[in-house]
Every structure is written in structure tokens, then in C-alpha cells.
Write a protein of this length. Structure first.
Length: 219
């Protein structure tokens, strides 16, 4: 641990993302009291099918204390939660991502949403996962059309229509032969990830692997 990290831990003691108690072990992503009760996903349950992707992996189900933690991260602007969330997400790629030619990117916010929120939660997760796995994190996509939040739409068809045409590749995003990890916070219907994965495929990506903190089930 660097001197800077030690000083920050003293000034701003890290808290458990789920119960908000100060962590006895500052580098642990979750406190020992919360860890056993989290809705962990393992094996096939940790995978979701997403169109145009080779797989979508998540460590947690979106229930119990998880929605509250995600809401604090996104809407209360608790950026510090990006680091422990990424620490939970990164192991999901173990044994699943072929070695070599890897990049990490994210499903971006619109400019309007970014101004409102102050930061892009998916970008922060992607950069932290990249740091942990020593894989470069790069912006490859932009959200060119502001849309209603997917969480406000119940039907899968409405979510797909909402995401259709909302994203575009950034200029110069040539991905021939690359394997791309596409990061977001939560997957529900998979519409957002599918729209982004299709664009990455069009740019020549050899593989697209989605990674989220949690997965919910669309109604």
C-alpha cells in the first residue's frame, strides 16, 4: 500500500458498500459480516446471454442489499464505491477471457446524464477493473442520443427500443483481432450491452465479453 493510500485511509476510512460500516481491513471490498449474506452468483448462474456478446458475467444478483449500494454509487455520487465493486467484478473474468489482445471499455452515459451525475459510473468501474487485471481501459463508444433510464422501463421490448441507435463508435475505434470487455453496473434485459456489443463487433472485435456488478431479471 502506498503512503498516499495510507493517508487517505486515515482521513477517509473505507466503508463496506452494503452496510456502510467502516472496514477493519481497508483493502477488503466487503466487511466479513455482509459477505456471507450477499446474493452471490456462481457457475452458470453468474452468466447471462447477451446478443452479439460471447458471454455476460456478474458476481451478484440484483437483490437484497445490492440495489441500495448501487443507488448510493450512482445517484448519491459515492465514487469511492467504484473500487470495491471492481474488486468483486474482476475475478468473474478468471478463466473466461482468452489471453492476449484484450481491452476494456464501458457503456457510456449521454452528455446530459454525465452533467447531471458528475461522473460515469461504468467508466469508473471499467478503469478500476482494468487496473486490477492490467488490461488497458479505453473509451470506444459514445452515447449520441439521450434516453430515458432503462430502470424506468419494465418491458424488454421497450428497453430494446430505448437503446436502439443510441450508441455509436468513436472515430478511429479499430478493433480487428481484439478481445473487448464491455463493462456496465447492472444488466437487466441486456438491451444496452447488446447495442454496444453489436457496434464493437462491427469494428472488428474478435470477441466481446460483458461484465457487470449485478444482474437483474427483466419482468
Amino acid at each position: 500500500m502506498s503512503v498516499r493510500e495510507r493517508v487517505l485511509d486515515l482521513l477517509f476510512p473505507p466503508k463496506c458498500p452494503f452496510c456502510q460500516k467502516i472496514l477493519a481491513e481497508p483493502r477488503a471490498p466487503v466487511c466479513p459480516e455482509c459477505r456471507p449474506g450477499l446474493p452471490w452468483l456462481e457457475g452458470a448462474a453468474a452468466e447471462r446471454q447477451v446478443d452479439f456478446a460471447d458471454g455476460c458475467f456478474s458476481p451478484l444478483a440484483y437483490r437484497g442489499s445490492v440495489p441500495g449500494a448501487v443507488h448510493r454509487y450512482k445517484f448519491s455520487r459515492v465514487r469511492a464505491l467504484g473500487r470495491p465493486f471492481a474488486a468483486l467484478m474482476a475475478p468473474c473474468l478468471s478463466g473466461r477471457l482468452p489471453e492476449g489482445g484484450g481491452l476494456i471499455t464501458w457503456a457510456p452515459l449521454s452528455k446530459k446524464r454525465l452533467r447531471e451525475r458528475g461522473f460515469d459510473q461504468a467508466e469508473l468501474l471499467a478503469r478500476e477493473v482494468g487496473r486490477l487485471l492490467d488490461i488497458p481501459a479505453l473509451p470506444l463508444l459514445e452515447k449520441k442520443r439521450h434516453t430515458a433510464p432503462q430502470s424506468e422501463l419494465e418491458e424488454s421490448s421497450a428497453r430494446r427500443a430505448n437503446a436502439q441507435g443510441a450508441y455509436a463508435l468513436l472515430s478511429g475505434a479499430g478493433l480487428t483481432g481484439k478481445r473487448v470487455v464491455l463493462v456496465d453496473d447492472v444488466v437487466t434485459s441486456g438491451a444496452t450491452l447488446s447495442a454496444c456489443a453489436a457496434l464493437l463487433r462491427q469494428a472488428g472485435a474478435e470477441g466481446v465479453y460483458c461484465l457487470t456488478l449485478a444482474q437483474a431479471r427483466s419482468h
